[in-house]
Design a protein around this ligand. Structure first.
Ligand SMILES: [Zn+2]
Length: 336
């Protein structure tokens, strides 16, 4: 009998549940909205209903290994609780593993969403050919995840990978974490929105001012379009994104010398605009990156590359969790 696992990608906006087989093929997928305003119990009910619906479809032909759940916040992995999640109000201290296992009757493995994305790229994306990698996800905020020896790396508190809060500009823009000059303040979609709004307000960018009429949020995509048409202020914003990323990556590469660093998330679509300044900074600042360039022929270089799976990385990584984390200890006595 073929085996499969369920992956759950629970975000502040979207809730996606997929059945995935051992080769990474998505057998079935439910794509719905989290609808945080309806409260936690309503979302959990939709989640568990969808898991049961999908599992019953394959119960005759496939063996379920378990359910992996990617959550957008700080997780106490030992206790199996979601400690806090900025985009899920009312979910703080939710005992997710205990509650979902009781409701479903199957093994549930929790993981931070950025680690899930890193694991997805390791399994089926830009990190397929390496065992160790670091992924930086440039979304509304900046997330980070490490995969070491093929598995997520958590740190002593389970908080490893808070790469969005690395200092890249001393005494720079204040950040919600309490620090100043964090990477997130320069390389996230939120930062791009802030910098683009300032440029539009100041009259420095006719293109951004025009774009704001149809896209009041000034998304990274709109700013990318302006940069691509030669708008100097928009180009400067992506230059700042690349510089901040380059500084952060230089520190990460010097510290860990991993073979692969992957840049994902919506902002990564502007790779053509920010990567030249990113690589310039890397070359200037990282002795380990430069040494890797000379070792290219022996396949021991440090590669910095765009992600390949787009918004499926987190879902696929979540489904991968039961396949690699619980071995024969997965429990499956599905509660109808
Ligand atoms: Zn911060």
């Amino acid at each position: 009998m073929d085996e499969f696992a369920i992956g759950v990608d629970l975000g502040g906006t979207n809730l996606r549940i997929a059945a995935v087989d051992g080769s990474g093929e998505i057998l079935d997928c439910v794509d719905t909205l989290t609808q945080v305003s309806q409260g936690r119990e309503a979302t959990v009910a939709r989640l568990t209903d969808a898991v049961r619906f999908i599992c019953h479809k394959f119960s005759g032909t496939h063996k379920l290994l378990g359910v992996g759940v990617g959550l957008p916040g700080i997780i106490d992995l030992e206790a199996g609780t979601l400690h806090s999640a900025a985009n899920l109000p009312g979910w703080n201290d939710y005992p997710a593993r205990e509650d979902l296992e009781a409701k479903l009757g199957v093994t549930v493995i929790l993981e931070n969403d950025a680690n899930c994305a890193a694991l997805g790229e390791k399994w089926l994306g830009a990190g397929r050919d390496v065992n160790d990698l670091c992924m930086i996800t440039l979304g509304t905020g900046v997330g980070g995840g490490f995969v070491v020896n093929g598995k997520p790396w958590h740190g002593v508190l389970g908080m490893a990978g808070e790469l969005g809060h690395m200092t890249v500009i001393p005494e720079g823009a204040p950040c919600g974490c309490g620090n100043h000059g964090c990477l997130e303040q320069y390389a996230s979609a939120g930062a791009i929105h802030r910098l683009a709004s300032e440029a539009a307000d100041s009259g420095r960018s006719p293109c951004l001012a025009q774009a704001r009429l149809t896209d009041p949020e000034l998304s990274a995509r709109s700013v990318h379009t302006c940069a691509s048409t030669g708008d100097a202020a928009a180009i400067e914003i992506f230059h700042a994104v690349g510089k901040a990323l380059g500084i952060a990556l230089a520190n990460l590469i010097n510290a860990f010398n991993l073979p692969r660093y992957i840049i994902g998330g919506g902002v990564a679509k502007a790779w053509d605009q920010f990567s030249p300044s990113m690589f310039h900074e890397l070359h200037e600042r990282s002795i380990v990156f430069r040494a890797g360039e000379q070792a290219k022929r022996s396949h021991r270089s440090t590669e910095v590359t765009p992600a390949l799976l787009q918004d499926r990385a987190g879902l696929l990584g979540a489904a991968r969790l039961p396949m690699i984390m619980c071995g024969t200890k997965c429990r499956n006595s599905m509660v109808s």
